[in-house]
Design a protein around this ligand. Sequence first.
Ligand code: ATP
Ligand code: MG
Length: 896
Amino acid sequence: MTANEIRDSFKKFFESKQHAIVPSAPMVIKDDPTLMFTNAGMNQWKDIILGTRDPEPRRRADTQKCLRVSGKHNDLEEVGHDTYHHTMFEMLGNWSFGDYFKEGAIDMAWEYLVDVLKLNPEDLYVTVFEGAPEENIPRDDEAASYWAKHVPEDHIINGNKHDNFWEMGDTGPCGPCSEIHVDSRTPEQRKASGISGRDLVNKDDPQVIEIWNLVFMQFNRKADGSLEKLSMNVIDTGMGFERLVRMLQGKHSNYDTDIFQPIIKAEEQITGLKYTTFEEEAEASANPGNPGQSGSSGDQEAINVAMRVCADHLRAVSFSIADGQLPSNAKAGYVIRRILRRAVRYAYTFLGQKESFLYKLVPTLVHEMGDAFPELKAQQQLISKVMKEEEDSFLRTLDKGIGLLSDAMDKLKAEGKTELDGVQAFRLFDTYGFPLDLTELICREQGFTVDEQQFDVEMQKQKERARNAAAVENSDWTELQQGEQQFVGYDYTEYECRILRYRKVKQKKAEYYELVLDYTPFYGEMGGQVGDCGVLVNENETVEIIDTKRENNQSIHIVKQLPKDPTAQFMACVDTDKRTASAANHTATHLLDYALKQVLGDHVEQKGSFVSPDTLRFDFSHFQKVTDEELRQVERMVNDMIRQDIPLDEHRDMPFDEAKKLGAIALFGEKYGDKVRVVRFGPSCEFCGGIHASATGKIGFFKIISESSVAAGIRRIEAKTGKECEELLYMTEDMLKAVRSFFNNAKDLQGVIQKYIEEHDTMKKQIEGFQAQKVQQLADNLVQKARTVNGVTVVTGKFEMTAAAAKDLVFKVRELHPESLLCVVGTVYDGKPLLNVMLSDDMVKDHGLNAGQLVREAAKLMQGGGGGQPHFASAGGKNPDGLTAAIDKVVELANL
Ligand code: ATP
Ligand code: MG
């Protein structure tokens, strides 16, 4: 079976078991402060598991794009070195929210693997939780009893808390789990080792690996560490797709499957190097003398690792870009940048790729995966462009870092040392992205070592700095009232409410509270639109809400202090001035998106936006600068739509497919439920949960302030609307008035300024003419007054003039007197002295004089320094009073 067929068979199987097959959520998470990337299939169901979202349909299955490169799950350093961990991988999963539990999950997993896919049951081992007496949790005998229906006792293994007890985080849902492991060793390997598969489970053997984890969530862990029963049992399973494909295709490395081989083949073609598959390796080591076979020599192994790294990272970076996360300097963007840089490093060091390389693999990836993930196909051009630019820029940094490193090694050599200190190595890591192993590699080639210990100390220090900066402490929610929050903000800006629950949050030194209300008109920050602020009031008190965030589908209200009586009834009132301004800006953003597509073309994709009361920002894919003319066209189109005063046509809870039919624009990398909200203003129609103006007329006016580039292939437009535009107009008007007043309030301002510039140019030319004349006169004068010392004409003088004029002057003197000349001219301009020395060529050649040396030595008398050529040099200084002495000094030093 091909990989694509296997993916389909999984969906088909669970569909036949009454599961709703749902799309993968984006890999990049945008609205969860606790998680940057999806690292497991269950992430997108967090709110269902926490009870804040409707669990229907209760059976679901999907394949989920996951990335494990940060936080709790970080496999980055393994990737490429082993053959079964990836940064980005697909996790096949099935869920039950309060429907079937352990027995159903175990039976279905078994049926799929053994009856449908025909994996050999003798190769399968399962683990069950051994129990934790200290927490009063017994062994998971229940799961073990269901497994016993399918496998012999000696294929059931007890596992500890680390492997077999799953927790969402420090707090929240958790429970025991059961993993399915496959012994995929070759018969030769089994014979050679003599160890049974059972004894290799969870022992990091690359051929005895976990493929599927079935999690049985039945507890909730509270902040004090204690457990309580969950109100709804949840089944959450995750199976590594790449590992499954490998088992079914009879391979021993994920990279030997049809998921990775086409990419590796493309790498071979570009680099001219060869990758050795598991079989080829085995054969080579069985016949070590085989000519022409490099086998698993050190060099070949390095090439293999590098090719795996590149094939893997290509996927991670491409999928992130398609999800709207570009490499950048902060947060998720920085993680992506680091992945890409890791690949560049490996390609640079081990595959001989000194120029950008990864982007050349994009077409192959899109060809292989573009059908299952259309976002790749749609954004291929952007992905290639961004990747190439990132690679080029990192390769420049790499060159710079290598330069620094060789300077450092030169210095060490001069000092007779052989060890690079850890601070420098860390700086290379931190600023130039040089990991320790690369620095060590380069150093080793030159016979140097690196102080690893000190490097680790620096790394630790930085981690601590980061931890302290990011540390957030949340206390448990204090529940005042049971229930779920209802958002009423699309229809109201004031609403009667009570507090459902609150908690205290400590961040750095600040302390605040988060509130969940039963009814709220407050919009929590989402989709680029900032959160509302406002107040909670009743007859006894007023509490200010300084911001509203969104978490698990709810508005979280931020307040500096709790109300005196948190159980009282309040009126929640949104600051409507700010809300109205934000809403107008959000609507303007939709119109802008529409107009850009009309003017520039359909390739324009939204890549980010920010909407606040005073400004709006819109990032989009476009491959060149937007011209002034195009910007004008866009502005005119948007303003036209504003004047048409098109009313908001809002559809809440529209089935996703119906919305698509309506032509609503969905964003790549956004998560949409089965029911969506569609916002339409005439021809502009988008999926959107934001707050909008009731009609486009409310925007008032729209004006683009700037257009710039944010990354390869991504442009940014900043614009203002309504009142902000009015202010802008006043400012421009005032400035124009002020300028006009400089020109006697001339009517034809442009004409007058033009005339001024022309006059200025003419005068400048005239002055230059006068100056030249004056210099000529001065030169004549100086030469006439010159002394002769031993046959050498000595010309000296001191004037108030610019450096340029002084240079002209000494050259004029030389023209008048091309032989046996020493000319020393001191000038002062703007209170600063300048010493100029000019020699005729024979003075340099025959008398061995050097203007540079003379000027340097003499300039000390005016606290200065300088230099130049042997025949002409000049020096500036700090002390004009020393100028005369400096002039005399030159003559003295010439020793004529
Ligand atoms: P392992 O111990 O092999 O790292 P895990 O315990 O981290 O696995 P889970 O968190 O239980 O794995 O994830 C469920 C499944 O996802 C695993 O059984 C495995 O098949 C797959 N998986 C996990 N991490 C990776 C990865 N980095 N690359 C590819 N597949 C993975
Ligand atoms: Mg793991």
